[in-house]
Structure formats: C-alpha cells, structure tokens
Ligand binder design. Structure first.
Ligand SMILES: [Zn+2]
Length: 251
C-alpha cells in the first residue's frame, strides 16, 4: 500500500546504477523526502521529463513510515519549470540556485506549506518574466523569514524600541537591527531604499514588485548571504546532516 500521494517539487536527482535515480523531493504533505525512482533513466525512461529539477509533480510514494529512503511509484507532471529555465542563462542559474536553497532550508519529513507555496510563486513569477535578480533576493528574504531568521525591520533587536524610519544598522551581536541609542552597530547598514525594497518583499507578491537598483540588490545579496551562511553553518554541525553527507559521498 502506498505511504502517501502528494504534490511535490523535484529539487534534485542523483544517478544510481544504469537505470535509476535518487530524487530529493519537496513534498507538500511531508516536507523534504528522498525517493528511489527505478527505471527513471535508460533508453526508455519510465517517468520521461517529470523528474527534471523544479518540475511540479504529483507522486505516489511507497515505504515504511520514517524510512530514510522511499520508493517512487507514480509521478505525474503537473507543471514543468522548463519554460522558465529557457528564458535566459540567468533564469536557468536562478532556478538551479532556487532548488539548492530550498533543499538547504527544508527539513526532512516536516511539511512547510508556506515554503511550498513560496516556491511555487517564485517559479511562476520566473516563468512570467520577473527578473531572476529580484526573485533571488525575494526568495532568500522569505526563506529566512519563514524560518525565523530575518531580523525585524521595525524594532530594535537590543532594546525592542520602535526603529525610526530610513536606514537600518545591523549589529551582529544582537542578531538584528539596532536603534541609535543602543550604540555602535557592526554593520552592514541598509539604506532607506533597501529597507523599502524589503518592506515591499514582505507585503507584495513577487510579480507586483519593481526591480531594485543595482546598489540595493548587491547590498541585499551580501546581507542575505551572511544570514544564510550563519544558519547553514550551525545546521551543518548537526550530526544528522553529517551522517547524511557521509552517505551521499559513499560510492
Ligand atoms: Zn535599541
């Protein structure tokens, strides 16, 4: 009997033997899972193009509850990200980065409906032609926020006072933006324009956003990279993750 049938996004696939693949799926019902897809490769691949990265699929999975590796039964393509990826090289790179970020942020076996819907919204917006640069920053901001890692834009991380309008100063020790009274911040500083862009990110759908200036995009990219790096580094120390990596690396 099938363990579950669920919508899922294909995050990546590893070749296994001559004809199989191991897939990392972001499922709507159970978060990230690994599944063995027999017959996914070879002369007459069983699933055709359904298993390409960021394809939205409806899958039936077999295996016992809590198993590390499930088996893929049916996989029906709901929506392919192929068209989004052919818009430009930038779009293709964005989609591959998007799959990687979703993989890094998603916990195995934990459904996160908001993350799933975020991923769909971003892929659709890429397909509709929203710039990869903007979508990249948008996705990072929301993944951080949904995991409680984006510092609040309106309150001081140190004394909780409301932050005045305009530029924001980040302080590493406080893991957030601080007010002028709380003293010298380590940085980085986000300009008033960067703050408005972020505020829009958190209040509008991606297709309603306007492209940030190059300067703002660069500042946000570096800022997000720091926040994500700090998060993933902490995560990598978890023994479960180390075991997983050892398993992936094994021949
Ligand atoms: Zn303060």
């Amino acid at each position: 009997m099938a363990l579950l049938t669920t919508e899922a996004l294909v995050l990546r696939g590893y070749k296994l033997g001559e004809t199989s693949k191991i897939l990392i799926l972001l499922t709507r019902e159970r978060g990230k899972v690994r599944a063995l897809a027999r017959g996914a490769r070879g002369v007459r691949p069983r699933y055709q193009s359904a298993l390409e990265p960021l394809s939205e699929v409806r899958v039936t999975l077999y295996g016992r509850q809590g198993a590390e590796l499930l088996r893929l039964g049916q996989a029906e393509l709901v929506h392919s990200a192929f068209r989004a990826g052919t818009r430009s090289l930038e779009a293709a790179l964005f989609l591959s980065g998007c799959a990687e970020l979703l993989d890094a942020f998603s916990a195995e076996g934990e459904a996160e409906e908001k993350v799933y819907r975020l991923a769909l919204a971003v892929i659709r917006a890429a397909e509709a032609g929203t710039s990869p640069q903007l979508l990249g920053r948008y996705l990072e901001a929301w993944l951080l926020k949904l995991h409680g890692l984006y510092p609040p834009l309106d309150h001081c991380a140190s004394c909780d006072a409301e932050l005045a309008g305009g530029a924001l100063s980040y302080h590493r020790g406080a893991h957030g933006f601080v007010c002028a009274d709380c003293g010298e911040a380590t940085g980085p500083d986000l300009t008033g324009e960067a703050r408005r862009v972020l505020d829009d990110f958190f209040h509008r759908p991606p297709e309603a956003l306007s492209e940030p200036s190059g300067a703002v995009a660069r500042v946000l990219e570096a800022f997000h990279r720091d926040l994500i790096g700090a998060h993933l580094e902490r995560d990598l120390r978890a023994p479960r993750v180390i075991r997983e990596i050892a398993r992936e690396a094994a021949p």
